[in-house]
Design a protein around this ligand. Structure first.
Ligand code: MN
Length: 345
């Protein structure tokens, strides 16, 4: 994706190439596949993958060079293409790789400029994100339908993983299936039997390298009136933020709006309101307190207010994925119902 944009960075920074190693999420972003082997060398003229002879992939727009003797072949390539000054992604590189680069080249960190390319999505990326969201919705439907067969939180997590695989996807991150007082920990990860009370289900499929991220909170057992009230409050806040979100809006202001909507309960809202996502589950823009990021045309973000009360043991989070393809209202990509689902036990 967007390798053409790299040429602009090369010209602006007077670089001969950008070199990426497999650890960088930019690597998969550019080949647009879940492939992470070897070195990527993006020059002003062409895109290369410098690979061991074990691999012979075909990626549109890339020339594959299989080395026979790594060092000699790389040096020959560098000489032939007159590569002296290179850009690299400093946040996603092993120390030994960085040393390797600085021994051979004058190296400059262009990580921020590369990451910025991912802040707005291409139609091709959106097709994958939409599919990841559709699979995520399908999984949620299945969870509700099969809930009676789950005994432990890990049974639900297993169902999520297996169902994703059955649909040609995997996981954007390890699913959170937190029931009862476990839901008070926003990122609960210990397994237990399914407790009565609210159960937070936070998961997302990853389809062809692209993430979805959705949270639904269901109720196991018989909710009390005050349970229904607090759920409604979080839901109202979430819907109101979706209404408010639009291109050009500051993400810090959007967070402030969630706090305003939660009122006196905002003290139980302990994380950011949302985040961009794509090849990684957390990307720009970030809707955290005082964020300077703005929503752009082509941005995707999550909106996920929550309520975590350690005194009452109530944890609630409701999260959707939004896309800003055009002016006006955001498109909500995750379509699972947000009416409270009550599972009698
Ligand atoms: Mn999220």
């Amino acid at each position: 994706m967007k390798t053409g944009e790299v040429r602009k960075i090369l010209l602006k920074e007077k670089l001969d190439a950008v070199i990426l190693f497999n650890k960088s999420p930019m690597f998969q972003y550019f080949v647009a596949e879940e492939f992470d082997h070897g070195m990527m060398i993006l020059t002003r003229k062409a895109n290369y993958l410098f690979l061991s002879p074990l691999y012979a992939p075909k990626f549109p727009g890339f020339k594959v060079i299989q080395w026979k003797r790594f060092k000699e072949d790389l040096q020959a390539f560098i000489r032939k293409n007159r590569i002296r000054k290179v850009g690299f992604d400093a946040s996603n590189i092993y120390l030994r790789q960085k040393k390797f680069l600085s021994k051979l080249f004058k190296a400059k960190d262009v990580g921020d400029q590369l990451v910025a390319l991912r802040e707005t999505k291409t139609p091709e990326e959106m097709a994958r994100i939409r599919k990841a969201c559709r699979i995520t919705d399908m999984i949620f439907k299945g969870i509700v339908k099969n809930f009676k067969s789950f005994k432990k939180e890990s049974d639900v997590a297993k169902y999520i993983k297996v169902t994703a695989l059955e649909h040609g996807a995997d996981m954007a991150f390890p699913p959170i299936t937190a029931s009862g007082k476990n839901a008070v920990t926003a990122h609960h990860n210990k397994d237990s039997r399914i407790n009565k009370g609210f159960m937070v289900l936070d998961f997302g499929a990853r389809y062809k390298g692209y993430c979805a991220d959705m949270t639904r909170t269901v109720y196991v057992g018989a909710p009390k009136i005050k349970d229904l009230e607090i759920y409604s409050k979080v839901l109202r806040a979430q819907k109101s933020c979706i209404e408010k979100a639009k291109i050009g809006l500051n993400c810090g202001a959007l967070y402030d709006h969630a706090v305003k909507m939660l009122g006196s309960d905002a003290k139980y809202f302990v994380h950011g309101l949302g985040h961009g996502f794509g090849v990684e589950i957390h990307e720009a823009p970030s809707s955290s307190p005082k964020s300077k990021d703005t929503i752009k045309k082509g941005s995707v973000i999550t909106i996920e207010p929550g309520y975590y009360n350690p005194k009452t043991g109530v944890g609630i989070r409701i999260e959707d994925d939004l896309y800003f393809g055009k002016l006006g209202k955001a498109e909500v990509l995750t379509k699972s119902t947000k009416n409270l689902i009550i599972i009698r036990r």
